[in-house]
Design a protein around this ligand. Structure first.
Ligand code: PLP
Length: 852
């Protein structure tokens, strides 16, 4: 069978495969025209960029689908262990550009499109982002599926196909406005709709007992009251330098056209039809909260819908080969739970095994725990999922019973281990008593064989804070760390073609093989004293800054000079991420410049002695219901209005807010930074991944001792990162001090508050909650404690950067700044998501890459 596959992948298929297209531009053009004329029903004479994008995508996708089908066949024949990555979010961004890179057909596609009268960049620009995620968590899942394919694992993603992705952000009169992201408006050429894969998913209903005719024992059964169909939409995930092409399967909710009339009396008929129509609402919209749980019924429905369909699909695939050999399940399947969102998979798998497949409870539970593993993403209490027991019982009556049973057996075990510690039972119970709710993280820990955090500091913190009691019960070996990573295909090669090419040249690696062996970046250290190389490196940065300046101009109409320091903070807006501290520091700087001017100090002298020129660049979405985050955006915009219109300060300072931060914009923003801010209150940011993206693109970091900043510092050297601020171990004490003694606001920050309250940046009432939250309400995120340290760190940044940010050959800038940039990139190899996937594979999944 494998021989047959081998032949097929070498082109005995009738359809052209990806190699035909890469090697034969004429073939590409022929297929392109066919898609335009017959697929889209248009003529080549009125083929615009959008049609060209669709036809080019279809051409490449069709070829890719053959690799994809071959991969699935090979994986079935090889019958190795498969990994399933369950994530409620996949923040994929654009597919076409990435496919061209992973399949190495960018140059040929560019040339073919040129011959057909199109410019590749304009064509790529037509693609809307697949923005099915909020931020770091969803983008991590996207990087992981890329690495699973690129490293030849047999690994699928399972998620939901939301009709509306994360909202689009507009800035109107300095306020955030949300508009819907209907990303499927023109249909998506990268999706393979699998209408034939339809899985019924039930909700509500009741549980009854019956005698099992085979065993004579009584068994439980669930009769659902509302049925919805899960229909598969597949995204082929191409790997880099391999034809291993995995699948990302996203579920769509559709109404069924069958239902059991006997369950409905005549009066319920209309109601039942209406509820069928409501089915599609389950996958209509992504919840737009990042690191915050809202607890809405529809969200729990989404979770169960997705989990039930995925488990069904996974089990169906297992049974095709292994029938009912359930003991083999842990050798065949690993399920990774990305956060607690898919925790019901644990319960659903147990239910399928005991209720539907007749496996004994203990045997089933042993299997479930061996199969599942859970990744924790936060220690912040507001983000930890809890579902009211009443709601779970109504929506999923059988699952609630199983949860109670899991809890009962678990607490028995705890009681045996610690008979003296009665309070421990209350603390570790899956069920919280007041208000009565299901603690999803606890259920996830109990139902998994491994629990991992996403950076060393975070993984240590979960063991000493929120999950401390579970370390006592299970021992510390159940808890592990896998520091997050990013795919260098998208975040270096795709986002930064010039830098990735320069690196390829220096590594003498014309095929870019270093992109799957990122440790090779280390070889760049050899060139650290090569002045010509440093200049070349700096010139690439300068071009990328120009590209970013053009984006800023088109998005905000503000001109920023690409020779000034680009000081960037882009990420979801959150009090814990402390964009407020950043904008307060910008205000402080502006007030100081104005003060110096009043004292008669000239702009030239200010530049000489006090401040270098810089642009403060912000971006990020606020959750629609998050007032404080929206206030921060409003303040940034108002400050920008004042500063950008002050023509007495030359180009010393500009402040911009780039609207609608998303993956495509991140691909332009990350390569264009000199400095990026990762300044969360210590202990709050689990890892962060944009810190890695900026550093891999040669930007330096100003950051707190938090998340993966710690490991970045270790890898690249502390002298190459601007770390500042209080440490995680002191946070509790400082908060307590605020509570007891009140908050001490430093003089610098008092000046900023005074300017805001005087109305220098618009109506002070608009910012009252922000200022009062710090000064009068305990300053939970420790802005007052870190503010002066932040200003000091900025002084160091400016001294290091010097008065230069262009492509001149200022020796001081090259020696001080560019050298750090090169050294950092040389030591960023650790942060490839390929390394993450290898670690998960070895420590958690116990799988090996498949033999291609
Ligand atoms: N949003 C987008 C669009 C991203 O590309 C990233 C990248 O990591 C993030 C959010 C996460 O950023 P951070 O790690 O700074 O929270």
């Amino acid at each position: 069978q494998l021989d047959l596959l081998e032949k097929k992948s070498h082109g005995t298929n009738h359809e052209p495969n990806i190699h035909d297209i890469v090697e034969n531009p004429q073939k590409f053009e022929e297929l392109f025209v066919r898609h335009v004329e017959t697929g889209l029903g248009r003529s080549m004479y009125n083929c615009d960029n959008l049609a060209a994008y669709q036809a080019a995508s279809k051409t490449i996708r069709d070829a890719l689908v053959l690799d994809w089908a071959n991969t699935q066949q090979r994986q079935t024949i090889q019958d190795g262990k498969r990994v399933y990555y369950l994530s409620l979010e996949f923040l994929m961004g654009r597919a076409m550009d990435n496919a061209l890179i992973n399949l190495k057909c960018e140059t040929n596609t560019r040339n073919s499109l040129r011959d057909l009268g199109f410019n590749l960049e304009d064509v790529l620009d037509q693609e809307p982002d697949a923005a099915l995620g909020n931020g770091g968590l969803g983008r991590l899942a996207a990087c992981f599926v890329d690495s699973l394919s690129s490293k030849n694992y047999s690994g699928w993603g399972y998620g939901l196909s939301y009709q509306y992705g994360i909202f689009k952000q507009k800035i109107v009169d300095s306020y955030q406005i949300e508009t819907p992201d209907y990303w499927l408006k023109y249909s998506n050429p990268w999706i393979v709709e699998r209408h034939e894969i339809q899985i019924p998913v039930d909700f509500y209903g009741y549980v009854y007992e019956e005698i099992d005719p085979n065993t004579g024992k009584t068994k439980k059964n669930w009769s659902g009251g509302e049925r919805v169909l899960a229909v598969a939409a597949d995204f082929p995930i191409p790997g880099f330098n391999t034809n291993n092409t995995n699948n990302l399967r996203l579920w769509n909710a559709k109404p069924t056209n069958e239902f059991d009339f006997t369950k409905f009396n005549a009066g319920d008929y209309q109601q039942s039809v209406a509820s069928q129509q409501r089915a599609e609402s389950i996958t209509s919209v992504l919840y737009p909260n990042d690191n915050f749980e809202e607890g809405k019924e529809l969200r729990l429905k989404q979770q169960y819908f997705w989990v039930a369909a995925s488990i069904h699909d996974i089990i169906r695939r297992f049974k095709k080969t292994h029938k009912a050999a359930w003991h083999k399940l842990p050798d065949q399947i690993a399920i990774q739970l990305n956060d607690t969102h898919p925790t019901l998979a644990i319960v659903e798998l147990q239910r399928v095994l005991i209720d539907l497949e007749g496996v004994e409870w203990d045997d089933a539970w042993d299997i479930v725990v061996k199969v599942c593993a859970y990744t924790n993403h936060t220690v912040m209490l507001e983000a930890l999922e809890k579902w009211p027991v009443d709601l779970v019982g109504r929506l999923l009556p059988r699952h609630l019973e199983i949860i109670y049973d899991i809890n009962y057996f678990f607490l028995q075990k705890v009681q045996k281990l610690y008979p003296e510690d009665r309070d421990l039972l209350r603390r570790v119970s899956i069920i919280e008593e007041d208000p009565k709710s299901v603690r999803m993280a606890y259920l996830a820990i109990i139902g998994s064989h491994k629990v991992n955090g996403v950076a060393e500091l975070h993984s240590e913190l979960i063991k000493t804070t929120i999950f401390k009691d579970f370390v006592k019960v299970f021992g510390k070996d159940k808890f592990t760390n896998v520091t997050n990573g990013i795919t260098p295909r998208r975040w270096l090669r795709q986002a930064n073609p010039a830098l990735s090419a320069l690196i390829a040249k220096k590594l003498e690696d014309p095929n870019y093989n270093y992109l799957t062996n990122l440790g090779r970046l280390k070889e760049l250290e050899k060139f650290i004293d090569d002045k010509e190389f440093l200049k070349e490196w700096d010139a690439v940065k300068f071009e990328n800054k120009k590209r970013l300046a053009a984006l800023i101009k088109s998005e905000t109409n503000v001109d920023v000079d690409p020779t000034v320091l680009f000081d960037i903070q882009v990420k979801r807006i959150h009090e814990y991420k402390r964009q407020q501290m950043n904008i307060f520091a910008v205000i402080y700087r502006y007030l100081h410049i104005k003060e110096l001017q009043r004292q008669g100090v000239s702009i030239e002298e200010i530049k000489e002695k006090y401040y270098i020129s810089k642009a403060s660049i912000f971006g990020g979405k606020a959750a629609p219901g998050y007032y404080m985050a929206k206030t921060i955006i409003h303040l940034i915009c108002k400050v920008g209005e004042v500063i950008n219109n002050d023509d007495t300060i030359d180009n010393l300072l500009k402040v911009v807010f780039i609207p609608d931060y998303n993956v495509s914009k991140a691909e332009i923003i990350c390569p264009g930074s000199d400095l990026s801010n990762h300044i969360s209150t210590a202990g709050t940011e689990a890892s962060g991944t944009s810190n890695m993206k900026f550093a891999l693109n040669g930007g330096l970091i100003i950051g707190t001792v938090d998340g993966a900043n710690v490991e970045i510092a270790r890898e690249i050297g502390e002298e190459n990162i601007f770390l500042f601020g209080n440490l995680a171990e002191n946070v509790e004490e400082l908060r307590h001090k605020h509570f007891v003694e009140g908050v001490h606001v430093p003089k610098t920050l008092q000046k900023v508050f005074a300017a805001i309250e005087e109305g220098q940046f618009g109506n002070p009432d608009d910012f009252k909650a922000l200022v009062d939250g710090i000064r009068d309400h305990g300053d939970y995120y420790l802005v007052s404690d870190d503010f002066d340290l932040f200003l000091d760190a900025h002084k160091k940044v400016e001294k290091t950067f010097g008065h230069h940010g262009g492509d001149s050959d200022d020796p001081a800038h090259l020696q001080r700044w560019v050298r750090k940039s090169v050294w950092s990139v040389a030591n960023m190899g650790f942060f490839s998501s390929d390394r993450c996937i290898d670690e998960y594979a070895e420590d958690i999944w116990n799988v090996e890459p498949s033999n291609i």
